[in-house]
Design a protein around this ligand. Structure first.
Ligand code: ZN
Length: 131
């Protein structure tokens, strides 16, 4: 793992800017990654213009899962929901800036899976959401 990017991940893990729970919220979803024990909940407020007014994540798990959630939330505030719906695996990889093996990839993509299931109003999150 590249040292610079590893520092970014550890920094977001230790000092997340967007950890919390919004009340009231328009969108709420939570899921976990049983392979690693990661858990992520996302709450979001949507503006009248259809953009993400504010969002937070809460949860626990490995540094990759928590740092990617923090980076993801940071990247979507102010964005139209329609744009959020188009986000895929590459968005998370760009945010993290590192290549990940299949196990770590599940950790990294959990927050996006939760986010998209919430935005689409689905009953459960599936891996196809983040392909
Ligand atoms: Zn993990």
């Amino acid at each position: 793992m590249d040292d610079l990017y590893r520092e970014v991940i550890i920094e977001h893990y230790k000092h997340p800017g967007y950890r919390g729970h919004l009340e009231p919220h328009d969108i709420q979803f939570a899921d976990n990654n049983p392979l690693c024990g990661d858990h992520i909940e996302i709450t979001m407020q949507v503006g009248a213009d259809g953009t993400v007014k504010d969002a937070r994540f809460d949860g626990h798990g490995c540094a990759i899962s928590q740092a990617s959630a923090d980076l993801l939330i940071e990247s979507i505030i102010g964005k139209p929901l329609e744009e959020v719906k188009q986000l895929n695996k590459q968005h998370i990889l760009d945010l993290l800036g590192i290549d990940l093996g299949p196990v770590r990839l599940k950790c990294a993509l959990l927050s996006l899976k939760v986010l998209k299931a919430g935005v689409y109003g689905l009953g459960e999150a599936s891996d196809e959401l983040v392909e």
